[in-house]
Design a protein around this ligand. Structure first.
Ligand code: CA
Length: 398
C-alpha cells in the first residue's frame, strides 16, 4: 500500500516536473512560504496519501461554466435515478475582477449588469450531463450554494450583499435577506456574504463574509437569533482568539455533535463552534480546532461526510505547482480530517492537463449523500471536478 502511494506521489511530481523543467527559468514559480512548504512536504511524506480519486471526463463536454464559485448536492432519493444531483453556481461570462467593487465594497453603477447566462447548473452525477439550468438575469457575483433537506437552494451574491432562497422546482426566490447593493453589518445587512448552512429544524447560518467577520444565525422564519466572530484586524484583536475571524468563507454543520464548522480562510484554519441547536444558549461557543493555523494553506471550502464522519477541506497552498528541493510539486487541493482534528490525507492533485490551463483555486467542496463521491469547484479553472471512493472507479495517474 505504502509503495503504491509513494509511486503516486512520484508520478505526479515527475509528470509536472517534466512540464516545469521545460519552461524558461524565469517562469518557474517562486516558492511561497518556504518554511511552511518544507513542513507540508514532510507531512505528506509521513502521512498516507489517501482520499477520493478524480473521475476523468466528468462533467461532459457540453457543460460550459464561468468562474465556478459554489457546488453542493441534493438530498438522496433512492427511488429515482440518479439518486441525487450536483448543483453548481457559476459566474458565466462575468468574472469577479479588480473593478467589480469600489473601496467601500460597493459595486459601481457601471458594474451593475447581471449575468445573462444560467448561473445555476444541475449536473447528473454519473453521466456528467446537464439535467437542468436556470438563474439567468438574477445574480451579479455568485458565491455560495447550499441545498437543504427540503431541496431549497440557498445562494449568496457578494455583489448585491444578499442571501436568497429558491424553493424546490422554482426558479425565483421566496426569501431575500440583505439590502441590494448596500453593504452593512447589522440584522438587515451583510457585506459580501459567502455561504449558508441549514439545520434540519430550519435554523440557518450565514458566513458574512469578506468584509464582516461574523457568522449570523437565523430562525427558520429569517429572524436573527445571534452572531459570533469579530474582525482579526479590529482594535481589540487577539489574532489567536477563535472569535477573531478573517474571511469566514465556508460553513459545515455537524448536527449530531451540534457543531458549526467555519473555514476561517485568511487565518488559514478551520474552527468549530456550538451551533446551539440542542442548547440554544451555547450558540457560538468555541468548541474545537479542526485544522490548525497554516496546516494546509487557505481553506476555501469545507464539507462534512456523515457516512465516514470526516470533514473534507478544499484549500489553497499555491496557485501553481511549487518548486522545492529540485522538484516541481503539485500540491493537494483537498484534505481529509476526522472530527478530532487528525489529518487523514491529502488528495485532489492538480493534474498536468489542468496545470497547463493555468492557476487553480479550489473554491468549494461537497460530499455526495451516498458518502462515496466528492465534488470540488475550481474558480480559476472554471471547472467542477468529481472524485470518488468507489473502488471500481479508482484511477491512479502517472
Ligand atoms: Ca457549497
Amino acid at each position: 500500500m505504502a509503495a503504491c502511494m509513494n509511486w503516486l506521489v512520484l508520478s505526479v511530481m515527475v509528470a509536472i516536473a517534466g512540464r516545469v523543467l521545460s519552461m524558461p527559468r524565469g517562469q518557474v514559480p517562486d516558492v511561497p512560504m518556504a518554511e511552511f512548504l518544507t513542513d507540508y512536504l514532510n507531512r505528506q511524506q509521513r502521512l498516507p496519501l489517501s482520499g477520493p480519486m478524480e473521475v476523468p471526463d466528468w462533467p461532459s463536454s457540453d457543460v460550459v461554466l464561468g468562474q465556478v464559485s459554489g457546488v453542493d448536492v441534493t438530498p438522496l432519493n433512492s427511488d429515482v435515478t440518479p439518486s441525487y444531483a450536483v448543483v453548481v453556481f457559476h459566474r458565466g461570462d462575468k468574472p469577479w475582477t479588480e473593478g467589480t467593487f469600489d473601496e467601500h465594497n460597493v459595486m459601481p453603477e457601471s458594474e451593475r449588469h447581471n449575468i445573462t447566462q444560467d448561473t445555476i447548473v444541475v449536473i447528473h452525477p454519473d453521466t456528467g450531463d446537464v439535467m437542468e439550468s436556470f438563474g439567468a438575469d438574477m445574480f451579479y457575483v455568485p458565491h455560495g450554494v447550499t441545498v437543504d433537506k427540503d431541496w431549497n437552494l440557498w445562494l449568496t451574491d457578494v455583489g448585491t450583499h444578499q442571501v436568497m432562497r429558491i424553493p424546490k422546482k422554482e426558479t425565483v426566490p421566496d426569501l431575500i435577506l440583505g439590502e441590494k447593493f448596500v453593504p452593512g453589518n447589522d440584522d438587515t445587512h451583510f457585506c459580501k456574504p459567502t455561504d449558508v448552512a441549514v439545520a434540519n429544524n430550519g435554523d440557518f447560518f450565514v458566513s458574512d463574509g469578506y468584509c464582516n467577520s461574523r457568522v449570523v444565525k437565523f430562525s427558520k422564519e429569517g429572524k436573527v437569533i445571534g452572531h459570533f466572530g469579530k474582525d482579526t484586524a479590529g482594535e481589540d484583536a487577539a489574532p489567536d482568539s477563535p472569535y477573531m475571524l478573517n474571511v469566514p468563507h465556508s460553513l459545515a454543520l455537524v448536527e449530531h455533535l451540534d457543531l458549526l464548522c467555519v473555514a476561517d480562510r485568511e487565518n488559514q484554519r478551520v474552527l468549530c463552534y456550538n451551533a446551539g441547536l440542542k442548547e440554544p444558549e451555547k450558540f457560538g461557543e468555541f468548541n474545537r480546532t479542526l485544522v490548525p493555523g497554516r496546516e494546509v494553506g487557505m481553506p476555501y471550502g469545507i464539507a462534512y461526510n456523515p457516512k465516514e464522519d470526516v470533514m473534507y477541506v478544499a484549500a489553497l497552498l499555491s496557485q501553481q505547482p511549487v518548486w522545492s528541493q529540485g522538484f516541481s510539486y503539485s500540491p493537494a487541493r483537498a484534505f481529509t480530517y476526522d472530527m478530532e482534528g487528525s489529518y487523514l490525507g491529502g488528495w485532489g492533485y492538480i493534474l498536468p492537463n489542468e496545470a497547463e490551463q493555468g492557476p487553480s483555486i479550489p473554491h468549494d467542496i461537497a460530499a455526495s449523500p451516498t458518502g462515496l463521491d466528492v465534488y470540488m469547484a475550481d474558480v480559476l479553472q472554471q471547472a467542477v471536478h468529481k472524485f470518488t471512493q468507489a473502488p471500481a472507479d479508482r484511477k491512479y495517474y502517472g
